[in-house]
Ligand binder design. Sequence first.
Ligand code: SF4
Ligand code: SF4
Ligand code: FES
Length: 277
Amino acid sequence: MKFTLNGGTRQARDGQTVLDAARAAGVDIPAACAHEALEPYGACRLCIVEVRERGKKRWRVVTSCLYPVAEGLEVRCDTRKIRKLRAFLLELLLARSPNAPYVKELAARYGVSKTRFSRLDDDCILCGLCVRACAEVVGANAIGFSRRGIGRKVDSPYGIDHSKCIACGVCTFVCPTGAVQMEYARVMELRAQGGEHLCRYTLMGFLPDAVCSLNYECARCEIDQKYRAEAGTHPLVARALALKSGVTGKGAPRKKASRGRKPAASRAKRSSGRRRG
Ligand code: SF4
Ligand code: SF4
Ligand code: FES
């Protein structure tokens, strides 16, 4: 279908969001809570654009990661209004996470270097990438948001229960600021428990029952190097992307409906009975 982007006519696929279509056309839109392997979420609002539907007079501000392209839609990504609103959002983000390099770089890219709001000094920008990746890509649901308002944070159940975590590291991989430390916490916990543990690539559904012989020092393990090198990204993210694009192959679960969830989640459950500590 045809739509207009910053005055030029473009093509978009059926069901494509404005953000995806704009990116495919090489137009830069900041999007802190979007990831190609995950469903859109609409938390950061940075991806705002102005749109006007065919036959309508009014321009509206919408989040481009959630807004689907329609035939004849007009989109403006870089108007004065959008720049002003985005700068305001970046100021808020800068106040929340003033020390996070990701936030500083993002703000600087859009001309924001200081904030008039009080600092919170929390590196977590509440983008939800880690929580959604753990649920959608891993199927573990080991972390979620707890508390409300200013105290909102990413945590494991009751703040102490790490048992659902398979130490796959997907949350750490997708986190833009490095705020989430679940993989590290779980690995430390398993090491402290001692005994034999299933390899995390078994828990992720890539390997049949392999036992870790390196006490979870994955950086020294050739299995870890192999899967990372082959995938060119986190292997579970690669698998999720392949499933999204309809490509199946090595490492991909057999049924599309499972989207990689069942292997990881069910193996983690079984493994808790196998771990000896
Ligand atoms: S390391 Fe644990 S919390 Fe993080 S995505 Fe994997 S299972 Fe979820
Ligand atoms: S820990 Fe990282 S990925 Fe998770 S919500 Fe915070 S900034 Fe986003
Ligand atoms: S990327 Fe659209 S709201 Fe965050």
